[in-house]
Design a protein around this ligand. Sequence first.
Ligand SMILES: Cc1cc2nc3c(=O)[nH]c(=O)nc-3n(C[C@H](O)[C@H](O)[C@H](O)COP(=O)(O)OP(=O)(O)OC[C@H]3O[C@@H](n4cnc5c(N)ncnc54)[C@H](O)[C@@H]3O)c2cc1C
Ligand code: FES
Ligand code: FES
Length: 492
Amino acid sequence: MPQTLRFHLNDRLIEDERAQPTTTLLAYLREQLHLTGTKEGCAEGDCGACSVVVLDAEAAGGPTYRAINACLVLLPMVQGRRVYTVEGLRQDGALHPVQEAMVRELGSQCGYCTPGVVMSLFEACYRRDLREPWQLDDQLCGNLCRCTGYRPIRDAARSVAASCPQDSFHARLAAPADSIAFTRESAGRIYATPTSFTELWSHLAAHPQARLICGGTDLSLLITKRFQDLPELVSLEGLADLRGISRITDGFAGWRIGATTNLAELEAACLADLAAYTPLLRMLRYFASRQIKNRATVGGNLCNASPIGDLAPVLISLGAVAELRSAAGSRRVALDEFFLAYRKTALQAGEILAAIELPELPANARVAAYKVSKRRELDISTVAAGCYVELDAADRVAQIRLAYGGMAATPARARNLEAALLGRSWSLAQVEAALPALAHDFRPLDDLRGSAWYRGLLAENLIRGFVLETQHEARPNLSQRPSATVHLEVVP
Ligand SMILES: Cc1cc2nc3c(=O)[nH]c(=O)nc-3n(C[C@H](O)[C@H](O)[C@H](O)COP(=O)(O)OP(=O)(O)OC[C@H]3O[C@@H](n4cnc5c(N)ncnc54)[C@H](O)[C@@H]3O)c2cc1C
Ligand code: FES
Ligand code: FES
């Protein structure tokens, strides 16, 4: 098993036997390799100054470039991969088209954010799935600029997005990928990226205290922000069977979403095969930034068991089932029984979340999801809700699941409100009559994101919104407003 860190940086092979597995890629680039083009701003995934690009060879739609936050990437996460920084974009002395676009559109002033912006534009340049204006907003929402203003940057983005020049970077997408297997073990410390379940179970048996890691967008913060040591880490990234989205027909009609599927891939699927699950796309649009979604996984979002994790309420409302796997075999648990207490799940020692199964949506199902946060882009929920209702022939509620995040120690269903609505006609008047039951479901969180009173009112209003929104349209689609504060159209 490879012990040596080995990856390509700007097409140059880097091999390092001594690099510490818990060193971030950002620290390594700046302090070890003295590539200081990549900047540090927040060190927690919020500003995008540290954005670099990695070639994701196993992506569902074929190999693709992905912008990621180097401040949250631990070195073994780039094992076997090709990484590009702003220093690597010039070809034969000429600026890359995304750099040229930034110069032409005057997209930089102090320049601190510029390398990160350029790397986000680099991803956009080679994307094959950029079709709608909101996708450009989403592409850029993880890059903060304090002095230029976003209009020139957006103009630069527009001029290069999906242009996919037939250059050496394009050619590189077809290059054979190296293995990402890695194990570094010494003096009670381990970082392993196994590529088979046999290896995974044996690592977990030998290191019962090891923490599982995948995208690292949560766990890396313990290192960068809380300065904790994480001596034993076992990554699930190398297990091909855990990644991807496929149809299931045997005994359960629906879709299987592998736990290590990243959220950018899930979002892409929501625009294609999973288009019926409109609430998932709505939630993913306002989930973190492109850079975070390029690394964050479905499994990581559920297993951190955060009371304000955004996928849980949507997936619970859609009737998802979790597949848990260990050396002893697999078992299935309804997702609404997966969260046991604050930050505690039904996972037992040596067990992983392998996948989520989403049942097919019946024709009479009405669904929606809502996220309320202080800021629209790149913010954490104050309250989120996933709502599902099936109506019978007389428009009475035959089946209902209303799941909330931000209302209690775990994401949870409003079972009293559900019971009060069952059998009632689907109308605002009936919802108003049933709403007092919600007070018996939750004693809302009370913190700096929102008081208990505010959260309680939000929870009520989201159900009012749900009934109004779904009275005439069963699966309302999000109207994609541009987020730019200034949007000037040139009038001829
Ligand atoms: C800037 C920023 C913005 C964010 N915005 C949002 C947001 O809008 N909404 C939101 O919900 N979250 C948000 N997050 C949180 C985070 O990105 C997500 O929760 C993400 O999905 C975690 O996935 P990961 O693969 O990176 O998890 P990791 O950090 O790798 O792991 C998280 C936890 O899950 C465990 N784990 C991971 N995979 C498995 C598995 N398959 N089986 C068992 N255990 C597992 C790990 O042991 C760890 O405890 C944000 C984070 C940052 C840094
Ligand atoms: S330094 Fe701000 S996102 Fe990494
Ligand atoms: S150019 Fe100064 S922060 Fe963007």
